[in-house]
Design a protein around this ligand. Structure first.
Ligand code: F6P
Length: 360
């Protein structure tokens, strides 16, 4: 077996990716492996764009946000956006070219750090002879395989910090402060950050919200003498009978871009009440900056687990965190369905017990 490992980061970036890369390089090097970074996700596999990753290259990156390898959420080899000489974009299947480049790289295997989209592509590439092992990352924490993904805890911390800050200004101005957080179609960031920061209303994508309930709960609070409220809205929420708020529709090469749920809610509250409403969209702030200690640790453990899986030739497996332990699960199971907040689960129960309005 060759003593060379490939590694790439795919999809949206998040804090902790560099910690995972650092861990893979340090551990694999101790086993006598050389590590090759593939740049910008599967784009680097298609274009044969790589970078050597000696130990010296990963020094000092453990605590840095982003990814030194670059990433892309538009580099699916099976639906790849290619620009022709006329400047027009067409979608092509370049997976055979990627597979051929993989063979040329003479790798013992490829470690793919990504969310459900990237792991799904990796799983498909296995049928083309690419030997993959997965590390789960996404601030959305929506992978069924694992209780925690890299980046999620940091995103929650960032959201809590921001909502704490909104609290004081909401109180000074007697305002309703809406905070829109990311998470795609899962409400993990909204629910956890909302509870941890003492929000009055939390709206999640898992259940369509009833605007009447939201307004009734704000009225009740304000009639009881409190003149401000914090409302946390996940970007993927939609009102009963309505659709998702979108910034851009999806196409063959990219998922739809969510955004605007907070502003839409503000419009509805403003139209029906006299409250002074402001909206903050946290956006990519949740994805940038220093990873929390938990994410660094998780990423480091996942890095070691992935190298172990690769050396043991357990391909098609994804490192996962379950019940306080690092385990591995099959890639197809890991991507089979999204992990979402349960309507009758413990978080919803906790929120309801505290009198937090959930809109359903
Ligand atoms: O999946 C991570 C995520 O940050 C989602 O929460 C969000 O909807 C999306 O990516 C944003 O993607 P982009 O970086 O393409 O705007």
């Amino acid at each position: 077996m060759t003593k060379r490992i490939g590694i790439l980061t795919g999809g949206g970036d998040c804090p902790g990716l560099n910690a995972a890369i650092c861990s893979v390089v340090k551990y694999a090097t101790r086993y006598g492996y050389e590590v090759v970074g593939i740049k910008d996700a599967f784009k680097g596999l298609y274009e044969y764009d790589t970078m050597p990753l000696p130990q010296t290259r990963v020094r000092g990156i453990l605590d840095r946000g982003g990814t030194i390898l670059g990433s892309s959420n538009r580099a699916n080899p099976f639906a790849y956006p290619c620009v022709g000489e006329d400047g027009k974009e067409s979608v092509r299947d370049v997976s055979d070219i990627c597979a051929a480049n993989y063979q040329k790289m003479e790798l013992a295997g490829l470690i793919v750090i990504g969310g459900d989209g990237t792991q799904g592509i990796a799983h498909q590439m296995m049928a083309k002879g690419v030997k993959v092992v997965g590390i789960p990352k996404t601030i959305d924490n929506d992978l069924e395989a694992t209780e925690y993904t890299i980046g999620y805890q940091t995103a929650v911390n960032v959201a809590v910090d921001a909502i704490d800050r909104l609290h004081s200004t909401a109180e000074s101005h007697d305002r309703i402060m809406i905070c829109e957080v990311m998470g795609r179609y899962a409400g993990w960031i909204a629910m956890n950050a909302g509870i941890a920061s003492g929000a009055e209303v939390i709206l999640i994508p898992e259940v369509d919200y009833d605007i009447d309930k939201v307004i009734a709960s704000l009225d009740k609070r304000h009639q009881s003498g409190v003149s401000f409220s914090i409302v946390v809205v996940a970007e993927g929420t939609k009102p009963k009978g309505g659709g998702h708020s979108l910034l851009k529709a999806g196409d063959a090469t990219q998922q739809e871009r969510l955004g605007g749920a907070g502003h839409h809610l503000a419009e509805q509250i403003t139209a029906r009440t006299s409250y002074d409403v402001r909206t903050t969209v946290l956006g990519h702030i949740q994805r940038g900056g220093t990873p929390s200690a938990f994410d660094r640790l998780l990423a480091t453990q996942f890095g070691v687990a992935a190298v172990d899986l690769l050396i043991a030739e357990k391909f098609g497996r994804v490192a996962a965190y379950r019940g306080g332990k690092i385990v591995d699960v099959s890639m197809d199971k890991a991507i089979a369905k999204l992990k979402r907040v349960q309507e009758d689960g413990p978080l919803v129960k906790t929120a309801r017990s505290l009198g937090i309005e959930l809109g359903f």
